[in-house]
Design a protein around this ligand. Structure first.
Ligand code: NAD
Length: 494
């Protein structure tokens, strides 16, 4: 057993509610695996509705009666978040090791995710003391002064996907706490451990009053209970389209409607134009698709290659995919890890079968399990795929790239992509600025990469169109999503 698991600074069989580590009210537990080997590495509680209620009540009391919102200044919240960023930084090696074990992510990737996590807490700390309203000069009656003040939304319930446990936690929790909200957080059931580590660090800073941050663990049951709880003011959800739609329906059926932000799936197109640097682009496409073993909402999974370079490009793509190093995630040479669990592994193998048998696509490389253990699958590339094939239109969430049939005109691509069910991300590889301008103006995608792929910044908003969801994470837009304006109208002649 690895060293980090034997020296966890928290008891993973407990949950963090109201500033304390407590026993769950439920008797059920969840097994936590290492996807590299499929071995069990921990057992955590599977929370029930009673645990959830305690967590929400704690967040509700902290919001309405506690000092976080009612006594702390923005500068105090800023300093608390900065102290938390430093605490994460000081424990980063432990967290990296734990995240890599629990997710199977290559250790180098986890290091980048921890850089981002720390940066996000510092970035959003900077907004905590800059909450601004507007003064609107009286228009018709000079005695009426109108102005807005922005106040925190309230209790926020977060439901996360498994694919970037600590980093997506930072995307959500850092802006929410900076805005003065209180939080109940549920990680993906497969990946609870770094969320618990985070709760331990937050507690250790001594800067966050009880009830400001609470964790519940488990899957559908406790997630649904969080969505259904009447004392929750906002739900921030990241996950699949099917669950996202269920969350939207549920939030509309509770006694109080509440705001919702849903970050859902993707089937993101990339376009290789005739003037592209083919060697560079092949590598960018492969990392754009295979990063995080393809379990990436913005993965580049539908590739358009211009007819004039199609045949030249395929061998380069094949070589780039086959060059990826699949090995023990804790080895610094490893470039791609396993799928997260058996369900995801089976799903990806089933899509590879569909690609071959139903879509009749040609296999360029991969298509098999790898390493003979755990949940490993080879980087897989199909080509000559119809743009309407299932593997070209459905989110697979694994290392599977569909190179579509060759195209002649960028307008054709744009017209077809208008019908893409998703609109999370896209990429184009060319130096022709007329094509770049056409593509970036016409495509309804939340993020568009030009001659690169997957780069994200704390200050640039991220989110989707259509079935990729609504609401934005990162950037000022995300922070603003945890605030609501109140309008104050003051009769100064009174
Ligand atoms: P999922 O929908 O199965 O689960 C997501 C979360 O919802 C989990 O925590 C799960 O326990 C919870 N959940 C399940 N049923 C629920 C219910 N009825 N009510 C409330 N919560 C419920 O998704 P997943 O397999 O964990 O994640 C993969 C998906 O997430 C992919 O579709 C991916 O594209 C998407 N994703 C999107 C983004 C983004 O920013 N757009 C980022 C990461 C992942």
């Amino acid at each position: 057993m690895s060293s980090i698991l034997s020296r966890l600074p928290f008891d993973e069989t407990l949950i963090y509610i109201n500033g304390e580590w407590t026993k769950s009210q439920a008797s059920q537990t969840c097994r936590v695996e290492n996807p590299d080997t499929a071995e069990t590495i921990a057992t955590v509680p599977e929370c029930n509705a009673r645990d959830l209620d305690l967590a929400v009540q704690a967040a509700y009391s902290a919001f309405h009666d506690g000092p976080w919102v009612n006594e702390y200044s923005g500068a105090q919240r800023r300093d608390a978040l900065l102290a938390l960023a430093t605490a994460i930084e000081e424990s980063r090696q432990d967290i990296e090791e734990l995240e890599s074990l629990n997710t199977g992510k290559p250790i180098n990737d986890v290091r980048v995710e921890l850089d981002d996590t720390i940066d996000l807490f510092r970035f959003f700390a900077g907004y905590a003391d800059k909450v601004e309203g507007r003064h609107i000069a009286a228009q018709t009656n000079r005695n009426l002064e109108g102005y807005t003040v922005k106040v925190p939304v309230g209790v926020v319930g977060f439901i996360n996907a498994f694919n970037y446990p600590i980093c997506l936690l930072a995307w959500k929790v850092a802006p929410a706490l900076a805005a003065g909200c209180t939080v109940v957080f549920k990680p993906g059931p497969q990946t609870p451990l770094t969320t618990q580590y985070f709760a331990h660090l937050l507690h250790k800073t001594g800067r966050f009053p009880k009830g400001v941050f609470n964790v519940v663990l488990g899957g559908v049951g406790v997630g649904q209970a969080l969505v259904d709880h009447d004392l929750v003011d906002k739900i921030g959800f990241t996950g699949s389209v099917a669950t996202g739609k269920q969350v939207i329906r549920s939030t509309a059926s509770t006694r109080n409607v509440r705001c919702t932000s849903v970050e859902l799936g993707g089937k993101s197109p990339g376009v290789v134009m005739p003037d592209a640097d083919l060697d560079k682009t092949a590598k960018l496409v492969v990392s754009g698709c295979m990063a995080n073993a393809g379990m990436n909402c913005n993965a580049l999974t539908r590739l358009w290659v211009h007819r004039s370079i199609y045949d030249e490009f395929m061998p380069r793509l094949k070589a780039a995919a086959e060059a990826l190093v699949l090995s023990t995630p804790q080895d610094t040479a490893t470039e791609m890890g396993p799928l997260i669990d058996k369900r995801q592994y089976d799903r990806v193998l089933e899509y590879i079968r569909i690609g071959r048998d139903e879509d009749q696509a040609a296999l360029l490389t991969g298509g098999q399990p790898a390493l003979g253990r755990g949940y490993w699958i080879q980087p897989t590339v199909f080509y000559n795929v119809s743009p309407t094939a299932r593997i070209a239109t459905e989110e697979i969430f694994g290392p599977v790239l569909s190179v579509l049939e060759p195209f002649d005109e960028l307008d054709e691509v744009i017209a077809i992509e208008r019908k893409n069910e998703f609109g999370l991300a896209a990429g184009i590889f060319t130096r022709r600025h007329q094509d770049i301008a056409k593509f970036t103006r016409k495509l309804r995608s939340g993020t568009i990469w030009v001659n690169n792929y997957n780069a994200l910044y704390s200050y640039l908003p991220f989110g989707g169109f259509r079935n990729s969801g609504f609401g934005r994470e990162l950037g000022y837009e995300s922070f603003d999503g945890y605030l609501v304006p109140k309008s104050i109208i003051d009769d100064i002649s009174y």
